[in-house]
Write a protein of this length. Sequence first.
Length: 452
Amino acid sequence: MKSGTGRRLIFFLGGGLFLLLAVFWFGVHLLQPAGIVPGNGDGTIGVFGPFVVIFSSTADKEAAEASIGFEPPLTGEFRWDGSRVSFWPSQPLNVGEEYTVKVAGKSPLAGGQPFGKGSTRTFLVRSPQLLYLSPSDRPEIWRLVLDGTPAVQMTHTQGKIYDYAVDRSGEKILYSAKNDQGGISLWITDREGGSARSLLPCGEDICIQPSFSPFGDQLAYVRRNANGVPGSSPGLPRVWLMNLNDGSTQPLPMSPEHSGSNPAYSPDGKWLSYYDELAAQIHLVKLSTGEEVVLERAANIPATWTADSQWLYFVQVQQEETVTFNILVQWNADTRKISRVFPGEGESGIDEGPALFSPNGQWLAVRRAEIGHPESRIFEVMSNPGGTATTIAINAPDILGMASWSPDSAHLAFQVFRSGGSSATPAVRVWSQEEHRTIEVASDAMLPQWLP
């Protein structure tokens, strides 16, 4: 296990999340037995963790980390916030498996004081659930368990929701919703949808596309400022950052000539990306230094990182004579070089991308279509680029849209548009990795995401 202090960066306001990380709480009392209590009350944990230990006073970090053990053994990263330490596993936990957490009783706290007698408790890894928006004209967030039971409506905003994001712990959901001033504000709720509260009132401004950092201590979102002229368009989209510990927020430094949309973090939290639609570029900001890398000729299609954050897969736009098409490329974080994922396929008439890596890093889903025929889009799921692929066919005239891997890598959810008629509506379907079978789980539904 490696240690990370989550060093505070002035550039990004630093900070830690106001308990969004708290999947489990361990009350460790000086000179008393440790009390271990699950944060959500049902003794379960999501596949990404974290496990959280709270000490009753300032702890010696090295000794405190050494006192925490797991059965079966786990590798991962410790992140400190005062006397609280969160442990994030380096690989997704196994659904349905029990994990035991042990806090030893003799490791010293700061000043040489002992912990007490220590404590042990076992938790069960819960199955991921599917979220989506429905109906498309008055969207609310719905939650679905893939066991045949009916979906549950989680929000009640009178159809004002624009989009949403899920915290990696699975304990919090953040959504943007239209407000009474003509803008869009940010709200946050728990995994049951029962404690919605305003996170950021944006007034006449538009605040959308929220994205949690991997460790839940920051939030990136897009803000378009109102210009005060009725009926006119708002300003350019800009990326803003929020410290989720104290609620402070400020814009990411950007050139006035650039726009910013679709912010996203790398899995290790070291990079923040956003798309500049004006220049057709992807901007990558290294959070520890503020270094910026610009990727040219990028299509406005979601990029994806490998699980180890070493490679970014994105789509570049190519022009050959009168034909415009997309190719899938990869950027390496160490060498800073770009290369094609499928060399030589531009001449074969195939439009490539985007690509989606499964959370366990074992599977790559790639969207492909005949150039000029978006209705022919399919997903190909392969163990590595160029390997044997399993095809997920989309029947014409349906058009393939947004997709999302389940946290346990067992299912791929995706949106299709039922085109070809005046009453075209989106639908959400789920493909099973084990059965290689697709079922439609929600009609008039869109933007599927998974809740760990």
